[in-house]
Write a protein that binds this ligand. Structure first.
Ligand SMILES: [Zn+2]
Length: 187
């Protein structure tokens, strides 16, 4: 099976299993880590762990996202593969390739350019039961210890700005507090 076929097959099964998650990452969808999300995450993990070397970060919850973005998943991205080849041929760059051919930049895993996958990582970082609606800066600072992709920072900012839950909290905070405002000035 060629690379394109592999890619299509990956996307096809990824899309169907990840549906509960990707549906919730669509515009204006509530940021809720449902049981369906958890189920599809577990299913994805199960399918991928048989093919991948799973490296779990010290009990972190992003093991599944890690699995998704590792070795085999990276292979579908021609841009990543090009960089891997360049590093291996001795070309100097900020990229590094691990012993098992995984591309890193400054110790951050290079995530392939698959929108659903990036959304999945963002959703897990923001909405899962392991995180509590982190603000954009905090979320980015956490994520950037593990991942890299182009425009990751603006993707994080956009993701948080689209979160209805966060919008609501912000609006609540902005409400003027009548009592405080009407306190008399002591003479
Ligand atoms: Zn939020």
């Amino acid at each position: 099976m060629g690379l394109a076929g592999y890619y299509r097959r990956f996307i096809k099964y990824f899309s169907s299993i990840a549906k509960p998650i990707t549906q919730l990452t669509q515009k204006n969808a509530p940021c809720i880590w449902t049981e369906a999300c958890e189920d599809s995450f577990i299913e994805l993990k199960k399918r991928l762990t048989s093919a991948l070397v799973l490296i779990i970060h010290s009990g972190k919850s992003n093991a599944a996202a890690d699995a998704l973005s590792r070795k085999d998943a990276q292979k579908e991205d021609q841009g990543i593969q090009k960089s891997v080849e360049m590093v291996k041929s001795g070309h100097q760059s900020e990229y590094k390739v691990s012993a098992d051919d995984i591309l890193y930049v400054n110790n951050r895993l290079v995530v392939q350019n698959v929108s659903d996958l990036k959304q999945l990582i963002l959703k897990e970082a923001h909405c899962s039961k392991y995180s509590i609606h982190q603000g954009g800066r905090k979320m980015y600072n956490d994520l950037k210890n593990h991942y890299w992709w182009k425009h990751m920072k603006s993707d994080v900012t956009e993701y948080v700005s689209r979160c209805l839950n966060c919008q609501q909290v912000k609006a609540e905070r902005k409400k003027p507090d009548g009592l405080l405002q009407s306190l008399p000035i002591p003479e």
